[in-house]
Design a protein around this ligand. Structure first.
Ligand code: ADP
Length: 318
């Protein structure tokens, strides 16, 4: 499957007076994916998003959205994008419905279209029950939903969400992450975060920005593969063979360094779990071997505790 790039960012440079916030940032966003812009505070995530959404102009560089050059036709590009800024500038003394009608009017909607979109979007983000409430009385999680509704009212195909869970409590974070994942089914999404766990949970691909530069770009698997020289795999097998025999078999596969038994379980199916250290990602070889040996694969995965170290090594070495 070839991924279709819907946003192309090329050599983006942004200087604020003497401060260089972006020093030549390039990345692509593929149609339908949830892309995470990950980086420590001050890396340049918000600046990239503000330029993408035409709130700021770049010092140099080029952005194309759906083939349209942002500098040539910012109005058309803006119509394709929905933007949730980091601190949503909501009018706290307005009633939710009135605020969204106001946003719709700013977008040039007629009354009927506005009412229709408002109802649709409210249902999508789960605010139908609070449309009559004053924004300032809502919890932060609900305010963030109202912010999302604002971003989606004009039915954009791309959503740009700047630190969408910052300032929320743990329950609200889970709810908003789930909501973003749902929105990702029908939209291309770019979100920024300084939280590794968040990006890992929500995103299909990650672009790591550090000091105004892209230091890594890939799927989680690709990034982990790039940094981790040793691959840690977890293999669970149901088999009539002894654990010793299985350990020996696994240990005999090319590039496998060590095999240890970590766990045996009786339920729901009797199986033994092995931890395998290898010089490469040998999951395919293990699956083929298991099939040939007549073992049933209960689980086969890479241990994924490595993102933290990837992030550290990438942002330290840059
Ligand atoms: P992030 O979103 O990754 O935290 P930002 O894009 O907000 O990072 O900031 C990138 C860099 O640009 C930081 O060093 C920040 O201090 C600087 N910066 C951001 N906005 C301004 C501004 N309006 N004036 C001067 N410097 C700025």
């Amino acid at each position: 499957m070839t991924a279709q790039s819907v946003i192309q960012v090329r050599d983006l440079v942004k200087r604020y007076d003497t401060k260089t916030a972006l020093a030549g940032v390039s990345f692509d966003v593929n149609a339908g994916e949830i892309l995470g812009l990950l980086g420590p505070n001050g890396a340049g995530k918000s600046t990239s998003m503000k330029i993408l959404t035409t709130y700021l102009s770049a010092t140099s560089g080029q952005i194309k959205v759906d083939g349209i050059d942002l500098a040539q036709d910012p109005v058309k590009v803006r119509a394709m994008l929905g933007y949730l800024p980091e601190s949503t500038p909501l009018y706290t003394d307005m009633v939710v419905r009135d605020y969204l009608v106001y946003v719709g009017e700013m977008r040039g909607f007629d009354k009927a279209t506005c009412a229709k979109r408002l109802a649709e979007v409210a249902a999508t983000v789960g605010i139908s029950d609070v449309l009559g409430m004053v924004i300032g009385t809502l919890s932060k999680g609900y305010r963030q939903r109202v912010g999302l509704a604002q971003a989606m009212l004009h039915n954009p195909k791309i959503l740009i969400l700047d630190e969408p869970t910052s300032g929320l409590d743990p329950n609200q974070i889970v709810e908003i992450r789930n909501l973003i994942r749902d929105l990702g089914k029908n939209h291309t999404v770019i979100l920024s975060s300084h939280n590794l766990a968040e990006v890992r949970q929500i995103c299909d691909r990650i672009v790591i920005i550090h000091r105004g530069k892209v230091v890594a770009d890939g799927t989680l698997d690709e990034l982990e593969g790039r940094v981790a020289h040793t691959h840690h795999l977890v293999v669970s097998l149901a088999s009539t063979a002894t654990a010793e025999a299985v350990t020996k078999g696994l240990g005999g596969l090319p590039q496998v360094k060590t095999v240890t038994v970590s766990h045996t379980a009786a339920h729901p199916v009797a199986h033994t779990t092995y931890e395998v250290e290898a010089d490469a990602d040998v999951r395919t070889q293990i699956a083929t071997w298991a099939q040939q040996q007549g073992h049933t694969l209960v689980e086969l995965r890479r241990k994924s505790a490595d993102l933290e170290s990837i992030f550290q090594s990438l942002t330290l070495e840059a």
